[in-house]
Design a protein around this ligand. Sequence first.
Ligand code: NAP
Length: 288
Amino acid sequence: MAAKLIDGKAVSQKIKMQVKTRVEKLAQQGIVPGLAVVLVGEDSASLTYVKNKKKTCEALGMRSDLHQFPDTLTEQELLAKIDELNSDPGIHGILVQLPLPQQIDEFKVITAISPEKDVDGFHPISVGNMMIGKDAFLPCTPHGIMELLAHYGIDPAGKHAVVIGRSNIVGKPIGQLLLQKDATVTYCHSKTKDLANFTAQADILIAAIGRAKFIDRTFIKPGAVIIDVGMNRDENGKLCGDVDFEDVQETASFVTPVPGGVGPMTIAMLMENTLESAEKGLAKTKQA
Ligand code: NAP
């Protein structure tokens, strides 16, 4: 029997419609959620991501400002821009598109963003709060994965979740969020010996590697839920994930496609975080 498709496009659409309704409610109180996106350089993939974010914001009735700079921008100049955005009351979320050019220290930039506007969830304060289960903006891709699991009634409690990848933006946080939902979590990475030995024990397998079609049926346990985070190009230049989607069909119980799985969820969660930031701002104003 073929695995059930986890349709990130459909679920993200539903979330975006909920966001739009909440944006309309806020508008009645004179607030328009605003996202500032900062792009340094001309990286074509980054430009595409940034344009998609802007388009989605606008479709949901949110404000989106793109601040684009040449790759010669200095660290001081970027930090000054962030300062300005931190104190702009019309901006509720700040996103600096990564990667940044060599001369700019990524960590300095991330930590310069006010945690109250850190809709990417990358600031160490956001990460720390997430780790201890306190209120924080959750990083968008892991948050999107958790929403997908919930939508399809996949409860991580008591399951063995194996995460391949340990990046700060995907691997590490998704493991933490699964742990908070009572999964038993194993992290694997490029130095893991006998990867298949671990993945074959996974009830939920998260592939966040960045290698085209790396995971095939030989890596997975029958009935496993497979979440494919990867965004790669195959030998024909076609977008594909870390998982060989066709090959795992008969073995997996659920699988996310690429495109149309985790990707659209990431953007929907960014919209939700920006809206929440605006809602929190309004609640504070009312309290004051
Ligand atoms: P990353 O920072 O490059 O991390 C990749 C991870 O995979 C590293 O931890 C690395 O291990 C591990 N790895 C590499 N080769 C491996 C191997 N042969 N066996 C086991 N582990 C291996 O990448 P990332 O930012 O987490 O992104 C991962 C993928 O997700 C990329 O394709 C990216 O484009 C995609 N992505 C998609 C979205 C979305 O919205 N859909 C969002 C973010 C990222 P080491 O730590 O030992 O090097």
